[in-house]
Ligand binder design. Structure first.
Ligand code: 5GP
Ligand code: MN
Length: 322
C-alpha cells in the first residue's frame, strides 16, 4: 500500500490521465472522478473520463457530467496512467484496459479491494472515495472551487446516506464544512439527488414494498425487482437506487436484501445491515464485495430463486445468534 503523498508524486510525474470507476457508477464514483479530472486539468495535465456507463440522470447536474457519456470505454493508448476510483477489482471497472500500457493507480475505500494497481491507496475508514480525492487534491495543492466542491460533496452525501451512516466521521464533517465555504448549493444538490425521480420509480417502489417479505422472526426483509414488475410498469431502464434501504426502516429488521433480475440473465443482490451483521463478509462468499453495512453481489450463474435460497440460507446462520 502507498501513502497519499506517494500517489500525489506519481500524479505530478506524469502528464496524461484516464480516470475511471466501478460499473453502474453512483454519486461517489462520478463525483470523485469529475473532481479529480478538474483538479488534474487545473495543474495543466491532460485528464479524461473513461466510462462504459452513461451518467445516471440524477447526477446530470454535476459539473462536467456531459463528459460521462458511455462512449469513452477504451483506454486511449497514450494515457500514462489510469486512475481507478471507488472500484474494488479490475473486473468491475467501467473501462476496457487491455490496450493500456501505462500504470494503474487504485484509489478506493472498499474493505473488499483487491489491491490491483501498480500503486494503491485504499482507506476503509474514509466515508467515500470523494473524501480521499479531497485529501489528494490538497496534497497536489489544487485550489478548491465551487465545481470541484460540488462533486466531492455529492459523493460524500451519497455514501454516508446524507451523513447518517456510521462512516460519517468528524473528518467527514470537517471536509464538508470546508466545502461549504465555496458556496455550493447543498439544498439543490440534495433535491437533484433524491427528489428528481421519474413518477414511474415511485410506482415501482410501491410494488416492491407491497410484495416484500419479512423473514426470520422479523430480522430479515426480502425485496425483489422482477422482470415481471418491469414489464407491468413498462419501464426501460431500472435504476433501483437505494430501494434496499427502505427495508431497514422496519423496526427490529437487521438485514435488508434486494434481488434484481437482470434482463439478460443473471441476478444482482444489494445487501444492507442496520447494526452488527457484516454483509460484506457474506457478499464475499459469493464473489461480491462492498462495505460492512452495504454490499453487493452479481450472480452470473444463478436463477432468481436459487440466488434467493442461497442468500437466505447464509443469513439464517448469521441471524440465528441475534
Ligand atoms: P449496491 O447494493 O448499492 O449496488 O452496492 C453496495 C456496495 O457494494 C457498493 O459499495 C458497491 O460498490 C458494492 N458492490 C455492489 N455490487 C457488487 C459486486 O457485484 N461486486 C463487488 N465486488 N462489489 C459490489
Ligand atoms: Mn464509494
Amino acid at each position: 500500500m502507498n501513502t497519499l503523498s506517494e500517489i500525489a508524486s506519481i500524479l505530478n510525474a506524469y502528464t496524461i490521465f484516464g480516470v475511471t470507476y466501478h460499473v453502474s457508477p453512483d454519486g461517489d464514483a462520478c463525483g470523485s472522478a469529475l473532481a479529480l479530472v478538474q483538479g488534474l486539468r487545473s495543474l495543466g495535465k491532460e485528464a479524461y473520463i473513461i466510462s462504459k456507463d452513461e451518467i445516471p440522470s440524477n447526477l446530470s447536474f454535476l459539473p462536467l457530467s456531459m463528459e460521462i457519456d458511455g462512449e469513452n470505454i477504451k483506454v486511449r493508448n497514450r494515457a500514462d496512467v489510469i486512475i481507478s476510483l471507488d472500484c474494488g477489482n479490475i473486473e468491475r471497472m467501467s473501462c476496457d484496459i487491455e490496450d493500456h500500457k501505462g500504470l494503474i493507480i487504485n484509489v478506493d475505500h472498499h474493505v473488499s479491494n483487491d489491491i490491483f494497481g501498480d500503486y494503491n491507496y485504499v482507506d476503509c475508514t474514509a466515508s467515500a472515495t470523494c473524501e480521499i480525492v479531497y485529501r489528494l487534491l490538497k496534497e497536489l495543492k489544487v485550489s478548491m472551487n465551487k465545481d470541484i466542491a460540488t462533486c466531492i460533496y455529492t459523493g460524500i452525501v451519497t455514501d454516508t446516506g446524507s451523513f447518517r451512516h456510521s462512516n460519517a466521521t468528524s473528518v467527514t464533517h470537517k471536509i464538508v464544512s470546508e466545502l461549504l465555504k465555496y458556496n455550493i448549493e447543498h439544498t439543490k444538490i440534495h433535491s437533484e439527488l433524491f427528489d428528481s425521480k421519474p413518477f414511474i420509480k415511485l410506482r415501482l417502489i410501491g410494488k416492491v414494498l407491497d410484495r416484500s417479505e419479512l423473514l426470520m422472526d422479523g430480522k430479515l426483509i426480502f425485496l425483489a425487482v422482477t422482470n415481471e414488475m418491469v414489464r407491468e410498469l413498462n419501464i426501460d431502464t431500472i435504476d433501483t437506487g437505494d430501494l434496499v434501504s427502505y427495508g431497514l426502516q422496519v423496526k427490529d429488521v437487521e438485514v435488508s436484501i434486494l434481488l434484481k433480475e437482470a434482463e439478460n440473465g443473471g441476478v444482482k443482490a444489494s445487501l444492507r445491515s442496520k447494526n452488527d451483521v457484516n454483509v460484506q463478509k457474506i457478499a464475499d462468499k459469493f464473489g461480491g464485495g462492498g462495505h460492512v453495512k452495504a454490499a453487493g453481489i452479481t450472480f452470473k450463474n444463478e436463477t432468481f430463486y436459487s440466488a434467493k435460497d442461497k442468500l437466505i440460507n447464509e443469513f439464517e446462520k448469521e441471524l440465528i445468534s441475534l
